[in-house]
Design a binder for this molecule. Structure first.
Ligand code: NDP
Ligand code: OXD
Length: 305
């Protein structure tokens, strides 16, 4: 069995990690590899697909597959499989705890007061009085919603189809979105980028958040209307935005986000794909496919995730 590894960077590290998990395979690296049975991909050059006529399955090294699906060269009749958790849920929980505690314990306001040498204590509030909305409660958003609920915050989640998660008030559909937006002092975005989610957080929806709400987007930049967000930040309607993903990455020099006092930027690192865990998952799925068994994580191309 031949397996291709084609990524935009660190191909040799992926090769070594997969070699350890799938010793029975012949591994090939890069765009010029001979025809293979399986491909392991992240931001590959478009030319790679013309040389791969016999692929049985393609594995995305990320959870989000919008980039691969947007490539016209991507074979339409070969299943595309995405990463499922692979250690990313735990990292997303860390990120969400940081953002939630910063907002809940008002650390931003204390930092601002310090710059003015102002002693400004604030009163106690119980965790249950802090309402967090999570848009997208799949593998990653679902883990975050449950962790925050277990911590004692009041958490609502929104998905495309009806769901049930312990301790989380789960909603779906337009009414569900309206309810989540209206109650979220902190809104966390974990939606995949699809035709249905592109531009979802527009001016009107951002205005549905309570005044002084915070927002964190770790999904894809295109889910958010940047101008609408900047306007809401400037007006103080949104107090702070934590942005890990952007419409164009790296974020362009001089972009207003860089210098905005209420924007906290991280460079698409909310959750990184750990080599070892990801390769174990890919190897297990390849073995199941070889044995004629079913696997999870196959992308539904009609839904776009
Ligand atoms: P999943 O597919 O497991 O979950 C997606 C969730 O979004 C599901 O709950 C799904 O609903 C919901 N959803 C999708 N479309 C809609 C819609 N139109 N309306 C309402 N809800 C919708 O994905 P993951 O949790 O694994 O990953 C989520 C995203 O996180 C990825 O697509 C990627 O963009 C991003 N990501 C970012 C990283 C970073 O470092 N910044 C790292 C990894 C991922 P349903 O449950 O009904 O299907
Ligand atoms: C992913 C990502 O989708 O890194 O895994 O954004």
């Amino acid at each position: 069995m031949d397996v291709l590894i084609c990524t935009d960077k660190e191909q040799d590290r992926w090769h070594d990690a997969l070699a350890g998990c799938l010793p029975e395979a012949r591994l090939h690296v890069g765009v010029d590899a001979p025809p293979c049975d399986y491909a392991v991909l992240w931001k590959p050059p478009a030319a790679v697909f013309a040389r791969q006529p016999r692929l049985q399955a393609m594995f995305s090294l990320g959870a989000g597959v919008n980039g691969l699906l947007a490539m016209p060269e991507l074979p339409r009749d070969v299943p595309l499989v995405r990463m499922e958790d692979c250690g990313m849920a735990a990292q997303m929980v860390e990120y969400a705890y940081y953002v939630a505690l910063r907002q809940f314990r008002r650390f931003r306001q204390f930092a601002a007061a310090q710059t003015e040498q102002r002693w400004a204590p604030r009163g106690f509030r119980p965790r249950a009085k802090f309402h967090i909305g999570v848009l997208g409660i799949g593998v990653l958003g679902g883990a975050v919603a449950q962790a925050l609920a277990e911590f004692g915050f009041t958490v609502s989640g929104w998905s495309r189809s009806p769901k049930s998660l312990d301790g989380v008030h789960c909603t779906h559909g337009d009414n569900g979105l309206n309810t989540v937006l209206a109650s979220s002092q902190l809104l966390l975005v974990f939606l995949p980028l699809t035709t249905a989610t592109e531009g979802l957080l527009n001016r009107q929806r951002l205005s549905q958040l309570p005044a002084g709400a915070c927002l964190a987007n770790v999904s894809r930049g295109e889910v958010l209307d940047d101008e609408a967000l900047l306007d809401a930040l400037d007006r103080g309607h949104i107090e702070e935005a934590h942005l890990d993903v952007f419409r164009h990455e790296p974020l362009a020099a001089g972009h207003r986000y860089w210098s905005h006092p209420r924007v906290c930027i991280t460079p698409h690192v909310a959750a990184l794909t750990p080599y070892a865990i990801a390769c174990i998952q890919v190897a297990e799925k390849i073995r199941r496919l070889q044995a004629g068994e079913s696997i999870t994580g196959i992308v539904d191309r009609a839904r776009g995730y």
